[in-house]
Design a protein around this ligand. Structure first.
Ligand SMILES: CC/C=C\C/C=C\C=C\C(=O)SCCNC(=O)CCNC(=O)[C@H](O)C(C)(C)COP(=O)(O)OP(=O)(O)OC[C@H]1O[C@@H](n2cnc3c(N)ncnc32)[C@H](O)[C@@H]1OP(=O)(O)O
Ligand code: NDP
Length: 333
């Protein structure tokens, strides 16, 4: 009798395992099955969400605003009436983006060259901003550097490069602007763009994970300390959103993208316009009671990766009947 039960259990386990493997391989195959079906429930909306004019007479600084997600945030804020300043290392890229967005929205976008790793350059950049627009009402710390690399291959300078851009760069920009805003008794909204693995840590992007975790500690700390000066500090943790900057350094072959989509419950990547809408809301006066918030914006990827039993998604209804019967048959421990 015991042998029969054990035999049957073993066969069932094998059936469940092989069916899960089949399903997994279908999901990871080129058809992109889950992104083709589940994603239909969650279509991305691309229009600006807030009422037009929500940022009239407001100045916004977006670091790394020339490309990718920073560019999308700049476009949305500009469309909503803000005068934007975008700052990063490549002036030609910034100028091109500034002209394109200005010509579409009719609102001025200024391009200012700045390497956020250099505190002197940051101070000069803020001088320039003060001369151009006055101190900003909205600051989005979006600039970052990253690449996948086994930690044993990282040189000291590789570590320093990423942590300097992400943690020190964010700190230099935030402290320089914060001090001047405090001196001028002007309130402001500060937003930092981190990542879902700032919370969990992640192998193969260890300098980025460490620095982004530091940025989160910085912003949560200042939310508590500088509310008295009229400053709000919030954090958005995006999940994967296709940009050239991120995907060329984190998924250079394109092989990883399918696996990411397969584990995201909403069945697709995010879009730059979606994060731009969230950033606009957090930076707007509609969110004036929001400070110290950490907003995960990832289509459900984080919880999908974390849950011990989430792989059971691949068990079929027939297999569940068998599993349930086995569980119900169990008496005692
Ligand atoms: C698929 C997406 C899913 C999820 C995404 C989740 C999170 C995403 C987070 C992000 O931050 S994505 C944004 C990514 N964007 C960027 O990185 C844009 C800016 N990046 C750069 O400019 C470069 O990539 C940079 C970060 C390397 C900085 O450029 P810089 O010119 O200042 O540095 P160097 O080229 O001189 O390199 C410095 C140092 O690092 C070593 N190094 C560079 N690349 C690698 C590598 N791929 N692997 C290992 N080491 C690398 C380089 O050799 C230098 O060290 P040494 O001097 O040689 O010791
Ligand atoms: N795309 C994604 O899937 C995800 C992105 N993120 C975060 O979103 C943000 C935007 O990333 P994304 O748009 O994808 O990638 P991009 O590579 O397009 O953006 C990074 C920006 O940072 C700027 N930058 C890099 N180094 C410096 C520096 N030393 N000084 C000033 N600016 C610098 C770059 O401009 P330049 O080269 O001109 O200096 C670039 O515009 C980052 O904070 C990233 O960590 C988080 C999770 C997921």
């Amino acid at each position: 009798m015991a042998a029969r039960v054990v035999g049957r259990t073993g066969r069932l386990a094998a059936v469940v395992r092989s069916s899960a493997v089949r399903l997994q391989s279908r999901l990871h195959g080129s058809t992109g099955l889950r992104s083709g079906s589940q994603a239909n429930f969650f279509p991305p909306l691309e229009d600006a969400m807030l009422p037009s004019g929500s940022f009239n007479n407001r100045m916004a600084l977006i670091t790394g605003g020339g490309t990718g997600l920073g560019r999308a945030m700049t476009a949305t804020l500009s469309q909503l009436g803000a005068q934007c300043i975008i700052a990063s290392r490549k002036l030609d890229v910034l100028q091109r983006t500034a002209e394109e967005i200005s010509s579409q929205t009719g609102n001025k976008v200024h391009a200012v060259q700045c390497d956020v790793r250099d505190p002197q350059a940051v101070s000069q950049c803020v001088d320039q901003i003060e001369a151009l627009t006055g101190l900003p009402d909205v600051i989005i710390n979006n600039a970052a550097g990253n690449f996948v690399c086994p930690s044993e291959r990282l040189s000291p300078n590789a570590w320093k490069t990423i942590t300097d851009i992400v943690l020190n760069g964010t700190a230099f920009v935030t402290l320089e602007l914060g001090k001047r805003l405090i001196q001028n008794q002007k309130g402001a909204s500060f937003l930092a763009i981190t990542t879902i693995y700032a919370e969990s840590g992640s192998g193969f992007v260890v300098p980025s994970a460490s620095a982004k975790a530091g940025v989160e500690a910085l912003y949560k700390s200042l939310a508590a300390e500088w509310g008295r000066y009229g400053h709000r500090f919030n954090i958005i943790q995006p999940g994967p959103i296709r940009t050239k900057g991120a995907f060329s350094r984190l998924d250079p072959t394109g092989a990883f993208e399918k696996a990411m989509i397969d584990r995201i419950p909403t069945g697709r990547l995010g879009t730059p316009a979606e994060i731009a809408n969230l950033a606009a809301y957090v930076s707007s006066n509609y969110a004036s009671w929001m400070s110290g918030a950490v907003i995960r914006f990832d289509g459900g990827e984080y919880v999908s990766l974390a849950g011990e039993f989430n792989e059971l998604r691949s068990v079929t209804p027939d297999q569940w009947k068998l599993l349930e019967a086995m569980i119900r048959k169990t008496k005692g421990s």
